[in-house]
Design a protein around this ligand. Structure first.
Ligand SMILES: Nc1ncnc2c1ncn2[C@@H]1O[C@H](COP(=O)(O)OP(=O)(O)OP(=O)(O)O)[C@@H](O)[C@H]1O
Ligand SMILES: [Mg+2]
Length: 441
């Protein structure tokens, strides 16, 4: 579906900034599998700007990833296009979307083209740059409105607020996408924007027709599958943010879901390496670590008087190592992280949330005094229960000798049972009441 769509359609052209003044053209002087070199334009170009490359029958666009006196390094969005030496290159400005309220219910590509066969996308009046700036920190509204997600373990132990940014961290196949899809059902949002980055093609339809189906009418889905170029994959979360920012500026409360930011980081790494940056941390170039917070900061509350973007980002941790540099950089930027644990998933306990390893930095805004005390107590019982797991298995535990441990052994399995929630189970209405009932029962 991708190749034909990457052609420079009218819609993409409409999203490109108008570049006034004299049109200055350059030409391609070097072609490699990962980048092109363009002569004659470098004095007029800026980093991150788009360049349109003229082929015999159409134009393709690329992005300037490096500038030097010898010319510009350009990475085309479609790397499979056969561009030859001497192809004309033109400045094409910054890429932007012109979202419209009728985009709800639609599936679009990272370049803003419809992917759902429902005809062309109406264009709105506002031009939203894909690499937009986060709102000014001092003028941002404060986060204060609690949110019920309907996922019991989150509403109890890591509750969210509107405008909060949360990460879901896990190794592969532990349940990130499933948990995201459960969150996509969350009520209390006007719009859901989903950016699927580097997903397998199969998963896209599963996501759209499965968990998202009841919410399709209020969801805009941006898709860049794993077979697309690094440039397009890097663009997908930015495109999702541009759409989310549009609805936020209209005063709506938006839920943004990005699956996964790690694939965005991988794509950003490929682009940086093609630009000649050195690899500093596990193959990642320094610009990846500055691009990540710039992207993540765009989510969150808007300026006073506008709406907010609550965001959930999934993060694939390399080989279950939660301290890999990308996971670390992302964790430090967000307002909370939920850690999924393979050992818990192996026990068949879903969502496989590691309660003790998960934190919501805004939980205190949600919990009442009593609820906070209760959660503190439950966490300490869970910690006792997990710490003594081996001891108990080896028969080193005699009931009656340690009151707190007795309590933990009696209560924690009930908590774990209460937290089980299958992907298609109904959302929880009142997590605290449901937990209390489970413990009493
Ligand atoms: N809440 C749940 N209820 C039942 N099964 C679940 C749940 N969450 C995850 N699973 C099981 O775990 C499997 C993997 O889940 P999922 O695809 O969400 O993982 P992932 O972390 O997104 O994987 P990847 O890293 O490959 O994208 C699912 O196919 C499903 O069998
Ligand atoms: Mg997944």
């Amino acid at each position: 579906m991708t190749n034909a769509l990457l052609k420079l359609h009218d819609e993409v052209l409409a999203g490109l900034e108008e570049v006034p003044l004299v049109r200055v053209g350059g030409s391609v002087c070097e072609v490699t599998p990962t980048y092109l070199r363009v002569n004659g334009l470098s004095q007029h170009l800026r980093l991150g700007e788009r360049v349109s490359l003229q082929l015999a029958d159409r134009a393709v666009i690329g992005e300037v990833v490096r500038l030097d006196t010898g010319g510009a390094t350009v990475k085309p969005f479609d790397e499979r296009t056969a561009i030859g030496i001497g192809a004309e290159a033109w400045r094409a400005g910054a890429l932007a979307f012109r979202p419209h309220s009728s985009w709800k219910g639609r599936v679009i590509s990272a370049l803003g083209l419809p992917l759902d066969g429902k005809g062309s996308l109406p264009l709105g009046e506002w031009r939203m740059p894909l690499d937009g700036e986060p709102p000014d920190a001092m003028s941002r509204a404060r986060i204060e409105k609690p949110l019920r997600t309907g996922v019991r373990v989150i509403d109890l132990f890591t509750p969210m607020c509107q405008g909060q940014r949360l990460g879901i961290f896990a190794g592969s196949g532990v349940g990130k996408s499933t948990l995201l899809s459960m969150l996509a059902r969350c009520e209390g949002f006007d719009t859901v924007v989903v950016a699927l980055v580097g997903e397998r093609g199969r998963e896209v339809r599963e996501f759209l027709e499965g968990p998202l189906a009841p919410n399709r009418h209020r969801a805009v889905v941006v898709v860049a599958t794993s077979d697309e170029s690094a440039m397009v994959r890097r663009l997908a979360p930015q495109a999702g943010l541009a759409v989310a920012e549009y609805f936020r500026d209209r005063g709506e409360s938006v839920l943004l879901i990005v699956d996964s930011v790690t694939r965005y980081a991988h794509a950003a790494r490929d682009v940086a390496l093609a630009a000649g940056e050195p690899a500093v941390a596990r193959g990642y170039a320094p610009s990846v670590f500055s691009a990540l917070p710039r992207l993540l900061e765009r989510a969150g509350p808007g300026l006073e008087g506008t709406g907010s973007i609550s965001a959930v980002f999934s993060v694939l941790v390399d080989g279950d190592d939660h301290n890999d540099p990308v996971a670390d950089a992302i964790r430090g930027t967000l307002d909370g992280h939920i850690v999924l644990d393979r050992a818990i998933a192996d026990q068949g306990r879903f969502p496989a949330v590691n309660i003790l390893g998960s934190v919501s930095r805004l939980a205190d805004l949600v919990w009442s005094h009593d609820q906070r005390e209760l959660i503190r107590k439950l966490r300490s019982l869970i910690s006792r229960f997990e710490d003594t797991r081996d001891l108990r298995l080896l028969g080193g535990y005699t009931p009656g000798s340690d009151h707190e441990l007795d309590q933990a052994v009696a209560v924690v399995p009930k908590i774990y049972d209460a937290l089980r929630q299958l992907a298609d189970a109904p959302p929880s209405r009142d997590a605290f009441a449901e937990l209390a009932q489970a413990i009493r029962g």
